[in-house]
Structures are given as C-alpha cells and as structure tokens.
Design a protein around this ligand. Structure first.
Ligand code: KG4
Ligand code: ZN
Length: 346
C-alpha cells in the first residue's frame, strides 16, 4: 500500500497531500491565493510564484502532520510538472526535488490534467473503473475532452480553441461586476435568473470535438454594453467597467450559463456515445457547477462521475492519486526533470 506525498503549485493554489493506495486520503492541505488575485480579476503570475514560496514549506509540513506521518513513512513524491504557470510550477518542483534528494525518495512528475482525472479515484465507495471512459476536464485554464483507455493512456479528442470554460466564467463575472473567482459567483447569481431571457450563441463546431467560448463571452459583453452585435464597439465602451443594471445580472448569468452548459454536455454526451465508453468523468474547477452536473444527469445515458466539491478545484491529493499509478507502473523521474508549462494530455 504505497503512501504518496503529492505537491501541486501549477496556478494559484499551494497544495500538499498524502494518499495511500491511490485512493485513501490521509491529508489534504490547500492554501488558496484567491484573495491576492481578486483585485486583478484573474491570476497574476508573479504574485502567484512569490506566494507559493512563502507557504510551500508550511503546507508540506502540515500535510505530513495531519497524516500523522514523517517523510520516513512516505514511499514516493508526486509533483505537478505541467501544464501551468512556469514560475509557479518550479516552486513545487524544486520543493519535491529537495525532499526526494534529502530522503532518497522516488520522484514522479505528474500532468496536472491527469491529476484532475484521478481526483475521481479518491471518491469513497465508488465502483471499480472499467475502461474506456471519456474525461471532460473543465477548469480555469483548460477545457479538454480526452478518451481514457487505461491507466495513463489518453487520446485527446478535442478542446477549447480560445477561452477555457472556467476562464469564460471568470471573464463574464467581471463584466457583471461579480467577484473572482467567477464560477461560484456567476452560478449563484444564475440561481434566481431566467436562462432563456437572453439568446446567447452556442458554438457547436460541428464535425469536431472542439469548443469555443469567446463568442459567448463577447455576446454577454455586447448585451452588458447594450450594443448591437456585429457593430464595432468603441475602445471607451469596452474599457468602461460599469456593471449592468443589478436587476438584469441574474438573467445574464443564467442565460450565459445555460449556453455554456448546453454545449459542454451536448458535445461530451455525443462523443461518449460515439466511442462507446462505460462512463463519463467530469473533473476540474467547473465540475463543481450544479447546473452542469444536473444537465449531465438529465442527458447522459451512461453514468457520470464528478468529484466531491473539495476535489474539483486544484489540490495535491489528485496529484498523489495519479502518481500512485505511475509509481506502480515503475515511473521514476530524474532530479533534473524540468517544468512543462504547455504539457498536453494524449
Ligand atoms: O481546476 P481549477 O481550480 O484551476 C485550474 O486548473 O484552472 O479551476 C478553477 C476554475 C475557475 O475559473 C473558477 O471560476 C471555476 O474553476 N469554478 C467554477 C465553479 N467553481 C470554480 N466554474 C463554474 N461553477 C463553479 N461552481
Ligand atoms: Zn486545475
């Protein structure tokens, strides 16, 4: 029963966790920097890497102490190698390398997107996974549709051509005058809104498994500025950050969310049927969204797994869970392993 220490610093969460046997969570520490980035309406890379440096040591110590373990009890260290912000990734990588070197422990580099998929192995009492499964990874940085035929075996079917789903939520939140991170605040505003109040575009990109959300975001922008789509907007109008009439915000949020969810679910279910998968896995920050989960339950003929809320957004437990399978498969990385900020899955 390997015990893996996971380390994750790809974006604005400094995280460490201990996972036994790839599925038993012994400790899970996440230090969020969201408050530091709120004033920018998104993650500010330089501030992120500095904040990781400030807390990473404490976060790792806390994870070991919560697990009632010391490094002597750990079998391997799994660390996010990419994709992510270069300056943030190296903080976690260097920490993991130092610990591995100091204790003579195996070091395993993990793809952050693979980590999100393995968050589903941490769901208690879930049935054994039967491959192939289709994974939709929806986060602030990614929207990826990946066919998984075995542990560590991925074929990428498609992904976003522009904004990631979470990024669209964050940008629309800003347009609507709602706080960062945008996903939870737009979802909350949408609860009292009419999802058919505004007819926002759905980019189906027929014949591909790709997504596009920038047109949807621009349509919300035009509606907020009350300008006709297709007509060029003045630079002053775009720069003006006055939020819309508060009475309209729930309807704008609900109509935006309905368009985004319809396309995400529609295309994922179509791909799942085409490839004959046993299950759909939905992971990443946006998988916390209730409207998305409800629409999947309504439309998918096969089971759909989503992580519990605390494992949807970035954490190191998912990195440790993914590292466990790589550890068992014999993966050992060298101490000169570098960060891969644009690392693709499949
Ligand atoms: O996976 P994650 O923590 O970080 C990345 O790897 O990017 O995802 C963060 C993203 C943010 O864009 C956030 O707005 C979005 O996930 N998010 C949500 C919800 N909670 C977080 N989007 C929609 N609905 C939510 N409830
Ligand atoms: Zn993530």
């Amino acid at each position: 029963m390997p015990r893996i220490l996971g380390v994750e610093t790809s974006c604005d969460e400094t995280a460490a966790a201990v996972v036994a046997d790839g599925k038993v969570l012994l400790a899970n520490i996440v230090a969020s920097q969201a408050a530091k980035h709120a004033k920018y309406g998104g993650v500010f890379p330089e501030a992120a890497s500095r904040a990781h440096i400030e807390v990473i040591y404490t976060v790792v110590q806390q994870a070991l102490s919560d697990a009632h373990l010391s490094l002597a009890d750990i079998d391997a260290i799994g660390v996010t190698r990419g994709p992510g912000l270069p300056g943030s990734l190296v903080v976690g990588l260097n920490t993991a390398k130092g610990l591995a070197l100091g204790r003579g422990l195996p070091l395993i580099g993990v793809n952050h997107l693979e980590g999100h998929v393995y968050s589903l192995w941490l769901v208690e009492n879930s049935p054994e996974v039967v491959f192939p499964v289709l994974a939709l990874i929806v986060s602030g940085g990614h929207t990826e549709l990946v066919l998984m035929t075995g542990h560590g075996q991925y074929t990428r079917l498609g992904g976003t051509l522009d904004d990631a789903a979470g990024e669209a939520y964050d940008k629309v939140a800003r347009l609507l005058g709602l706080p960062y991170p945008g996903g939870p605040s737009v979802e909350q505003a949408a609860q009292t809104g009419n999802p058919t109040a505004f007819k926002f575009p759905r980019a189906w990109l027929e014949g591909t498994w790709d997504f596009s959300f920038s047109g949807l975001k621009t349509a919300v922008l035009y509606e907020v500025k009350q300008q006709k789509p297709g007509r060029p907007m003045s630079a002053e109008a775009v720069a003006d950050e006055t939020p819309p009439d508060p009475a309209l915000v729930p309807h704008l949020a609900a109509s935006f969310q309905a368009a985004l969810v319809e396309v995400l679910v529609g295309k994922t279910v179509a791909a799942a049927q085409k490839y004959g998968v046993t299950e759909i896995f939905v992971a990443g920050g946006v998988s916390a969204n209730q409207a998305l989960k409800a629409e999947f339950q309504r439309r998918a003929p096969m089971p759909v797994r989503t992580p519990p809320l605390f494992l949807c957004t970035d954490n190191a437990a998912m990195i440790a869970a993914a590292a466990n399978f790589r550890y068992l498969a014999g993966q050992r990385d060298a101490l000169d392993m570098d960060a891969l900020p644009n690392w693709k899955l499949g």
